[in-house]
Structure formats: structure tokens, C-alpha cells
Design a protein around this ligand. Structure first.
Ligand code: ZN
Length: 228
């Protein structure tokens, strides 16, 4: 419903009798009177359309200082499901096994090109302009035959990931494309920067049917897009 003139039509469509003039959209005093009588009984049809609520950000704004950033690289830590001091040194943002979002030690702006002392070293030869997000886990994991080790990444982490990515994409105006929001395992194939056999994230232990870096990347990109 967009204007007052749509009200008679909406009422008629719902089977309310508001007289002939109302059907024509003529809002004379008698029609208005009839309509008001009816509307008192059906207040719901004048309720404002639900406004899509802005999702509450999961990344606090002071974790996202102004910087020119080109991409986000998603990792796992190859550690436990909680963020250790060492884990925090390598990434800007970490997601623990419970889905809790934790800030890493380096500030994101240190990775703006050219990188500054204390930047997050998360992706070989690809740290300039790259935000590093990491899911805590996968210590002792083996790629083939696949074993997730003792600290597999969890569904809670996976579900928190697109919320984190959407906040970052919004803040830094990063489009969601295969070359701008990608996993570490996709960097070599997509950006052509050699990564010495990194396979984070090519498997989801809680969803064994998903296999391969591209399949996983396509999933978190799609989930991120719908949150923008
Ligand atoms: Zn990595």
C-alpha cells in the first residue's frame, strides 16, 4: 500500500464493504466515514510494512579503523578452537569454536599498502590490502585422506563468518567477488600468488559433502551477499 488512494482497494480486496464510491478511489466524506469504520476493525492492514532491520554488526566499529583495503582472506588457525596469543598475532579478526568473535593484535590499517610494522602476516606475499579473518581450529588436520584433527572448525564458527565478512565488506567497500572475498586455499588459483599447499578452507568437517576451496568459498560468498 503506497498512498491513501490504495486504501479503498485494499479494503475491497479483503472483502470489506465500503460502498461504490470507495471502489472508484473517490475519498468523499461518506466514503471516508465508511472506511474509518471498517479500518477500526482491521487496523492490521494499515500497519506499516516491516522495515528490513539492519543486522546488528558483530564487528565493533573501533576494530575497523579507516583504511583502503582490497580484499578479505579467510583462514583457519591450524590451532585449537580458542584464539591463542600466537593466533592473535597473525589475523585481524578470529572466530572461536563457539562462534565468538575476537580481535587479533594487529590493527587492520597496518595492512594498508604499504604494510606497516606490526601488520598481520597471514597470507604469503599477499598481505598488502588484505584483511585476515581466521576460524580457530584444525590443529593436526590432514588434507588427504581427510582428517579434521582434534579441533575441527564448527558450524557455529561457519555461521558467524558471513556476519563478520559482511561488516568488513560494508566498512571497507569491498565487493563480494571470488578475488576480493576468498579463502587462503583459493589465493593461489585465483590471484596467482603461490601459497605452498595451503588448504584452509577446503573442507568443512561438519558438512563432509562440501569439498574443495571453490565450493567452500562460493558458500561463504553467497551467505555474505545476502547479509549486505
Ligand atoms: Zn591460512
Amino acid at each position: 500500500m503506497t498512498t491513501l488512494l490504495d486504501v479503498p482497494r485494499a479494503l475491497l480486496a479483503r472483502g470489506y464493504d465500503i460502498g461504490k464510491t470507495g471502489a472508484d478511489g473517490d475519498l468523499g466524506p461518506s466514503t471516508l466515514g465508511a472506511m474509518l469504520k471498517v479500518l477500526k476493525k482491521v487496523p492490521v492492514i494499515l500497519a506499516p510494512a516491516p522495515v528490513p532491520s539492519m543486522p546488528a554488526g558483530v564487528v565493533p566499529s573501533d576494530w575497523m579503523p579507516w583504511a583502503e583495503m582490497q580484499r578479505i582472506v579467510v583462514h583457519w588457525t591450524a590451532g585449537s578452537n580458542t584464539a591463542s596469543v600466537l593466533d592473535k598475532e597473525h589475523y585481524h579478526i578470529l572466530i572461536e569454536g563457539s562462534g565468538k568473535v575476537v580481535r587479533g593484535k594487529p590493527s587492520i590499517d597496518l595492512n594498508q599498502a604499504p604494510v606497516k610494522k606490526g601488520y598481520a602476516a597471514h597470507t604469503l606475499n599477499c598481505n598488502s590490502g588484505s584483511i585476515g579473518v581466521s576460524l580457530c581450529g584444525m590443529a593436526g588436520a590432514v588434507e588427504s585422506p581427510f582428517s579434521a584433527g582434534n579441533s575441527p572448525i564448527t558450524r557455529a564458527q561457519w555461521e558467524a563468518l558471513p556476519n563478520v565478512l559482511a561488516d568488513l565488506c560494508r566498512r571497507y567497500s569491498i565487493p563480494v567477488t571470488p578475488s576480493t572475498v576468498l579463502s587462503h586455499a583459493e589465493v593461489q588459483a585465483t590471484l596467482g600468488i603461490t601459497q605452498r599447499g595451503k588448504w584452509d578452507i577446503a573442507r568443512l568437517p561438519f558438512e563432509p559433502s562440501v569439498k574443495g576451496a571453490k565450493a567452500v568459498g562460493d558458500l561463504f560468498r553467497a551467505a555474505t551477499k545476502i547479509r549486505l
